[in-house]
Design a protein around this ligand. Structure first.
Ligand SMILES: Cc1cc2nc3c(=O)[nH]c(=O)nc-3n(C[C@H](O)[C@H](O)[C@H](O)COP(=O)(O)O)c2cc1C
Length: 197
């Protein structure tokens, strides 16, 4: 797959800031707000968890039938923002989104606890639900269905890679004179530019 590759410098910078967020007491440093679009100007956002990062980009898992999944099928681009309040850092990504391979999705799904695996089958994510009881009843039925067996990955549950074209690091500084560094790629070369706060 022809994805933009992140530079080692960006990955190092992200990992350094991520560690700092964790040691500063950030409760959920993998949480990122992901914005997607229907391609016609309707933009929606929600939180997802970062599950992997390498030179291909930032990986999250979700339901392809969800609102975000449907939007990504129409418009395979997204923006994502990490807010690490405890360490005063924000990281913003913008880029193309592609699905991970079925093998990679299976491998990650197999590491989830059984309750979450059953939950992935039970939840018709983003569709209306008449009551919580309906959902819990589905869970019960699925537990019986898969009793004594491994729970396979639902075909509609997979991972996506956000491969950024731009990555911006914002660091809080005194008197609102914050530092902002924008990495952007042109013809395969990453440039780093300081921006006004
Ligand atoms: C802290 C946090 C982490 C979440 N992580 C995920 C996730 O990794 N994947 C996911 O599909 N939904 C996750 N959710 C739920 C989403 O925010 C959202 O409600 C759901 O994916 C449906 O979104 P959609 O209707 O816009 O597609 C998380 C919510 C919170 C608050």
């Amino acid at each position: 797959m022809n994805r933009l590759k992140l530079s080692g410098e960006i990955i190092d910078e992200f990992n350094k800031a991520f560690k700092k967020a964790r040691v500063s007491g950030e409760p959920e440093p993998t949480a990122m707000v992901l914005a997607t679009s229907n391609g016609e100007g309707m933009v929606t956002s929600r939180t997802v968890l970062l599950k992997a990062l390498d030179e291909d980009g930032f990986v999250f898992f979700t339901n392809t039938h969800s609102k975000k999944g449907r939007q990504l099928a129409i418009c395979p681009r997204a923006a994502a923002t990490f807010l690490w309040k405890a360490s005063g850092v924000q990281v913003q990504l913008v880029g193309a989104v592609t699905r991970v391979s079925d093998e990679a999705a299976d491998a990650y799904f197999s590491t989830r606890d059984r309750g979450s695996q059953i939950g992935a089958w039970a939840s018709r994510q983003s569709a209306p639900l008449d009551s919580r009881e309906t959902l819990l009843q589905r869970v019960k039925e699925l537990e019986l269905q898969y009793e004594g067996e491994e729970v396979p990955r639902p075909p509609w549950w997979t991972g996506f890679v956000l491969s950024p074209e731009t990555v911006e690091f914002w660091t809080q500084r005194e008197f609102r004179l914050h530092d902002r560094f924008l990495y952007s790629q042109q013809s395969g070369v990453w440039n780093k530019q300081r921006l006004n706060p």
